[in-house]
Design a protein around this ligand. Structure first.
Ligand SMILES: Cc1cc2nc3c(=O)[nH]c(=O)nc-3n(C[C@H](O)[C@H](O)[C@H](O)COP(=O)(O)OP(=O)(O)OC[C@H]3O[C@@H](n4cnc5c(N)ncnc54)[C@H](O)[C@@H]3O)c2cc1C
Length: 533
């Protein structure tokens, strides 16, 4: 058995950052275990997201259990399964969230997590190329973040339409205030995806003290009493054990981190016993508090020719786009998943926005290989509450690490979530029917202008919506009985074990979750190193 100082399980958004910072000191021997492969050719190219969202070579391809809020559908739950984790397959939109999100975590009793205290980590992780306040933005971190100009007539018109209903243009929503409409800041630079594999791992491949094992599925934690001393993992069918002289950091993501704890006997005793797993430590919060953004996607046809990326992405247009990308790394192939977004208040008097809207400049339609560009020309506009209160759960259903866990989102179970979702759809309609949009000959395709009452809209949401793939919260940080980790991300009751990824978020942040997940990895590494010094 090989022994390292630190073992990091999962090389995703958070785990890659943890491994990078821990191995910066050549004295620390670090093992980074990743279940997926080292890379996938589509991951480097932004448009490749469409080829990864349903691709078993780079994706866990989970699906949620049927429930009333999804009209009995099993909605897809994609998760990255390769170096970089979900940052290698995601939409590349970069949103930190609001200061209030982190201040709320601190007010829940989590010392060290106020906005003022997480800001240095947000700054140190990024090299932000756009205009912004240097007191708030980082300029020399590993993660390259860009901020495109709204030069395209479609984007400029959407911004104008939003202004007509009172939503201002705010170019840096990751700065002092989130409110307004803007081009999406993106983890894209020189036309390439900036995953954490690319930004945190590629530059340090030569470190001799960092050992990266891919296609290495961690099967369980090795516990000596109440002390985690290592992990068991499988490579090419061979089961191996590795020891951790100092700590194991689990960064396997919102579904697989609680899965690993449960497989190791840490969780709800009754549930574990029923599966024949020896209970090593009772921790009822493991797998609970699952939150995600449940998102209706409204679809709009656009009659004016040449405006949308449906028109520009077919036939000669596609040849032009491909050439543009090959020569200049620009255009449609180099774009974030939803390149323009708005953060708005559902009603007057709110201190900060509670809804997010994101535009995809084309109509897409489902296909067995993932969404494909539609023949009809138009835009897709999703709209949703940013801080939903509905909570679900994820749990293992067998003592088998290869069996997918059961995901129950319990979406819309909190009445305000349903009310805010309807409000978000109404705001989407108000922007798309504002005077500035008229010359594009816009008409509502889905849900359809004939659905007008709250109930009609909600019924459609249940039939059609999916999440935006932002699950968090299943190893919640806190000190209440349902908390799994403390404010230092140490698993309650077990020495030598931390969890550091999106699963520790007690609540959803206001926006997309890649940036806060990487911040968590950065902060966790500091905590681990401080504990050792
Ligand atoms: C399709 C999609 C689109 C998204 N779009 C955006 C976006 O545009 N902007 C944004 O901010 N966020 C987006 N997100 C969300 C964001 O990417 C995630 O919140 C973030 O990446 C989560 O980071 P994490 O470290 O918690 O988990 P992950 O990045 O998912 O990392 C977990 C890693 O652990 C590995 N792993 C799991 N189990 C094991 C095991 N047993 N052994 C070894 N390794 C294991 C996984 O393979 C994976 O590499 C999107 C997500 C998806 C899936």
């Amino acid at each position: 058995m090989q022994t390292y100082d630190y073992i990091v399980v999962g090389a995703g958004s958070a785990g890659a950052a943890v491994a990078n910072r821990l191995s910066a000191d050549p004295k620390n021997q670090v093992l980074l275990l990743e279940a997926g492969r080292a890379s996938h050719p589509w991951s480097a190219i932004p448009i490749g997201m469409a080829r990864l969202i349903a691709n078993p070579a780079a994706n866990w391809l989970y699906s949620a259990e049927p429930e009333a809020s999804t009209n009995g559908r099993r909605i897809p739950v994609p998760r990255g399964k390769l170096l970089g984790g979900s940052s290698s397959i995601n939409g590349m939109v970069f949103v930190r969230g609001q200061a209030q999100d982190f201040d709320t975590w601190a007010q829940m009793g989590n010392r060290g997590w106020s906005y003022a205290e997480v800001l240095p980590f947000f700054k140190r992780m990024e090299s932000y190329a756009g205009a912004g306040d240097d007191a708030l933005r980082g300029r020399d971190g590993p993660l390259r973040v860009t901020n495109p100009e709204p030069r395209d007539p479609l984007f400029a018109t959407i911004i104008e339409a939003a202004a007509q209903i009172g939503i201002r243009h705010n170019p840096d929503y990751n700065g002092a205030s989130q409110e307004g409409i803007a081009m999406s800041q993106a983890t894209i630079a020189a036309g390439r995806r900036m995953s954490t594999a690319r930004c945190y791992l590629d530059p340090i491949r030569k470190r001799r003290n960092l050992h990266i094992a891919t296609e290495a599925l961690t099967l369980g934690l090795v516990l000596d009493g109440m002390h985690c001393t290592g992990v068991r993992y499988s490579v090419a069918g061979e089961v191996r054990e590795a020891g951790a002289a100092r700590e194991v950091v689990v960064s396997a993501g919102t579904f697989n981190s609680p899965q690993l704890l449960e497989l190791s006997g840490i969780g709800q005793p009754e549930r574990l016993r029923n599966l024949g797993i020896e209970v090593r430590h009772a921790l009822p919060g493991v797998g609970e508090n699952l939150r995600d953004h449940y998102v209706p996607r409204t679809r709009w046809s656009i009659g004016k020719k040449g405006i949308t990326f449906n028109d520009r992405g077919r036939g000669l247009g596609l040849v032009h786009q491909a050439t543009r990308y090959a020569l200049f790394r620009q255009g449609m192939l180099a774009m974030a998943g939803a390149p323009i977004r708005a953060f708005v208040c559902s009603r007057e008097g709110l201190e900060a926005p509670d809804l997010m809207l994101g535009w995809i400049p084309m109509l897409t339609e489902p296909s067995p290989r993932g969404p494909r560009i539609s023949r009809q020309s138009g835009v897709t506009l999703y709209a949703h509450p940013m801080r939903p209160e509905s909570k679900g759960r994820v749990h293992i259903t067998a003592a088998d690490p290869r069996r997918a866990p059961a995901i129950n989102f319990n979406l819309l179970s909190s009445p305000p979530d349903a009310e805010l979702t309807v409000r978000a759809v109404r705001i989407a309609r108000a922007i798309m029917t504002a005077p500035a949009m008229a010359h594009f000959q816009v008409s509502e395709v889905v849900p359809g202008a004939d659905l007008t009452t709250d109930n009609e809209i909600l019924d459609w949401v249940k039939k059609a919506a999916e999440t935006t793939y932002h699950p968090v919260g299943t190893c919640k940080m806190g000190s209440d009985p349902m908390a799994v980790v403390d404010a230092q991300l140490r698993v309650h009751g077990i020495a030598g074990l931390r969890v550091a990824d999106a699963s520790i978020m007690p609540t959803l942040t206001s926006g997309n979750t890649n940036a806060p997940s990487i911040m968590i990895g950065e902060k966790a590494a500091d905590m681990v190193l401080n504990a050792a010094s």
